[in-house]
Design a protein around this ligand. Structure first.
Ligand code: NAD
Length: 263
């Protein structure tokens, strides 16, 4: 399988941590320019940016825009266009979670989760597609979730956004199918990242459980392998979708969830 990505530019949203950082590392290892995005300690981000350049022998650029805001998404995409001409591989990965019953769900959290987990992917995609069409090649990959296929209680905004992302991705796939562009969702089960770790206290509260009960009876309960997926396994699937072997995989929602959604 040839996945050399030299000469291509990949933009990964939410790539200062977790799954996004694993994507950036995997793409850089294949020689792509990478644009990373997200929040965090500036010195740690700069160290990651330099490591990506060393791995790729190409360029890595950090764009720290807040993707809940349309003008900042537009600024990030303009930076990528100014620096690299455009984006060949777009990975919409930035996401957040909030755990609360529907009737208590904070209004600002609902709006933020829909803006980041769903609307941002619309804005980056609409801005990336013209360049991909001009190149007759492109890859749009969404980090969706098992929650794009099934629901869990107390995650209404997240489940809504991820189901929406799955439908949006199928629509893009149909619109760009004759332009050498594919659009797919990768849908992980639980991956051990800060996003998962941070929801444990609220889940303990919402369900009246201990930390151990949340880990075993909630997080891993539905995952038949009883293992967390790793960020590197998710990144390997993205790399495969960028390869020529995956040219005819489009509009798919690919599960990597230890069997969760087989039940
Ligand atoms: P994470 O918290 O480690 O990473 C989230 C990233 O998004 C970080 O880089 C963060 O700085 C960035 N981010 C947060 N708010 C942002 C904003 N307003 N603008 C720009 N960037 C912002 O989480 P993760 O687990 O690596 O999650 C990555 C994606 O994977 C998310 O879309 C999440 O829904 C999805 N996912 C995660 C799991 C899991 O179990 N961890 C499972 C399925 C899907």
């Amino acid at each position: 399988m040839s996945t050399s990505l030299s000469g291509k530019t990949a933009l990964v949203t939410g790539s200062t941590s977790g799954i996004g950082l694993a994507y950036a590392k995997a793409l850089a290892a294949e020689g792509a320019n990478v644009v990373i995005n997200g929040f965090g300690d500036p010195a740690a981000i700069e160290a990651e940016r330099q490591a990506l350049e060393q791995a790729s022998g190409a360029k890595a650029h950090y764009s720290g825009h807040d993707l809940t805001k349309v003008d900042q998404i537009e600024a990030m995409m303009k930076e990528a266009a100014d620096l690299f001409g455009g984006v060949d591989i777009l990975i919409n990965n930035a996401g957040m979670q909030h755990v609360a019953p529907v009737e208590e769900f904070p209004l600002d959290k609902w709006d933020l989760i829909i803006a980041l987990n769903l609307n941002a992917a619309f804005h980056t995609s609409r801005l990336a597609i013209p360049y991909m069409k001009s190149r007759k090649w492109g890859r749009i990959i969404q980090t969706a979730s098992a929650h794009s296929l099934v629901a869990s209680p107390f995650k209404s905004a997240y489940v809504t956004a991820k189901h929406g992302l799955a439908g949006f991705t199928k629509t893009i796939a149909l619109e760009v199918a004759t332009f050498g562009i594919t659009a797919n969702c990768i849908s992980p089960g639980y991956v051990w990242t800060p996003l998962v770790e941070n929801q444990i206290p609220d889940t303990m509260k919402a369900r009246g459980m201990t930390r151990e009960q949340v880990m075993n009876d909630v997080l891993l309960a539905g995952q038949p392998t009883k293992q967390f997926v790793t960020a590197e396994q998710v990144a390997a699937m993205a790399l495969y979708l960028c390869s020529e072997a995956a040219t005819n995989i489009t509009g798919a929602n690919l599960s990597i969830d230890g069997g969760w959604t087989a039940q």
